[in-house]
Design a protein around this ligand. Structure first.
Ligand SMILES: [Zn+2]
Length: 406
């Protein structure tokens, strides 16, 4: 595996050097020729890449070989509240193979019936090709942005009619469905649940077992890096997808550690278009050298910390998941970072960081989009702030239901 990773890493660095101005200048400035690297650890000579570096240098960081056939424009939903634009390659066989293996770990076949409740781009409609692919793969997607009681009844109906084997969703949605079903004594049967996008809590696993009778597989990935790690049937730590990423963990003293907690630094071995080399993804993890009892030798992330979201319920009873907000505030320029606070049942405060105060027209647009989900009875205030603080224990949280606090 290390030899395989090294081969990919060397190619990634050489391509970045030859085909992008940013990395050419960076490597030359450090006196490094990527053709001279001898081992994976040589990566340490390079600086850490931040989201800000990418935003500021996207074009000079992107390969001259990029064209519409071999790559696509992509962006993160911005789980920290900041969305990131980048380019990614299309048709990487290894990345697809990894997703197939993930299904295999769960005991799910590629053409088994799947139901997804997931957030996609704001106001984005799935194109014909995407819908056709979903259909051919026996896959149905429901929006995570409409979860009122009436929607829940429809969703339960879809589960009953379709009888999916695999259910893919976010932990907060899983919990929302659980909390709807338990008092009503509704049971839904699926074989397995795969979750991602947010931190999974033990009580959510228990809820899934009660309502769905199914084990939950925690999947950790992101738009920018794709698959990073996933649980096996032991449900004790997540195996790193070493064919896709080189993972480093930097503790609070700046040291790189193989045991313990720290910031995740990840090198994506397959994105030659906008190379993510030693990228600070914005999540904290706990890593270890423990061997998994399943026998797989892929190393383990014990836990992904951070990234938790409150689901907000509006006065009209509709609920929306966390990425509703990220896609909304990304759909028009102006807001760099934000946090959303439901301060009373009918009152929402949006704190935002921006170069300029939002115009009335921009505010009106955001409010009208929110009201499509919340109904007219919600008051929305915008407050310009200098920064959005990271909550205690370095947790990345940006949607708060403050009406739930005592
Ligand atoms: Zn295992």
């Amino acid at each position: 595996m290390q030899a395989y990773q090294f081969g990919l890493l060397r190619k990634l660095l050489v391509d970045a050097y030859d085909d992008t101005l940013y990395y050419k200048e960076l490597f030359d400035g450090l006196g490094i020729n990527p053709r001279d690297i001898r081992k994976i650890e040589d990566l340490r000579q390079l600086p850490i890449l931040t989201k800000n570096d990418i935003t500021q240098n996207l074009e000079s960081m992107t390969s001259r070989k990029r064209n519409p056939k071999n790559s696509k424009t992509n962006s993160t939903s911005g789980s920290t509240g900041v969305a990131l634009k980048f380019y990614s390659p299309t048709n990487v066989t290894m990345m697809r193979a990894i997703m197939m293996r993930c299904s295999q770990w769960m005991g799910v076949g590629l053409d088994d019936r799947t139901l997804q409740i997931w957030g996609h781009g704001f106001g984005e409609k799935e194109g014909f090709v995407k819908r056709l692919k979903l259909f051919l793969n026996n896959n149905k997607v429901i929006s995570g942005y409409d979860l009122s009681d009436a929607d829940m009844e429809e969703i339960i109906e879809v589960f009953r009619k379709r009888k999916p084997k695999l259910f893919i969703t976010y932990p907060s949605i899983l919990e929302h469905i659980g909390n709807y079903c338990i008092p009503r004594k509704i049971e839904i049967r699926v074989d397995v649940i795969r979750i991602g996008g947010e931190k999974l809590y033990p009580h959510q696993r228990e809820l899934a077992m009660k309502v769905f009778g199914a084990p939950v597989f925690d999947f950790y990935g992101s738009r920018d890096i794709t698959s990073i790690a996933m649980e096996c049937k032991e449900h004790h730590g997540l195996h790193i997808m070493s064919e896709n990423v080189i993972v480093e963990v930097q503790d609070d003293n700046g040291n790189f550690v193989t045991e313990g907690e720290g910031d995740l630094i990840v090198t994506h071995l397959h994105n030659w278009v906008t190379p993510f080399i030693r990228y600070r993804i914005g999540d904290r993890v706990r890593i270890s050298q423990r061997k998994c009892s399943c026998g797989r030798k892929l190393p383990l992330i014990e836990e992904v910390l951070g990234r938790s979201f409150d689901m907000i319920t509006f006065p009209n009873g509709n609920s929306v998941m966390g990425t509703f907000w990220t896609f909304l505030f990304k759909s028009k320029p102006g807001i760099d970072q934000f946090s959303v606070h439901l301060v009373a049942k009918d009152r929402l405060t949006i704190k935002y960081v921006a170069r300029n105060m939002l115009s009335d027209a921009a505010k009106e647009y955001f409010v009208s989009e929110i009201k499509k989900k919340s109904g007219a009875g919600l008051k929305v205030d915008f407050v310009l702030v200098d920064s959005i603080p990271v909550t205690s224990a370095g947790k990345l949280k940006f949607v708060f239901d403050e009406t739930r606090q005592p």
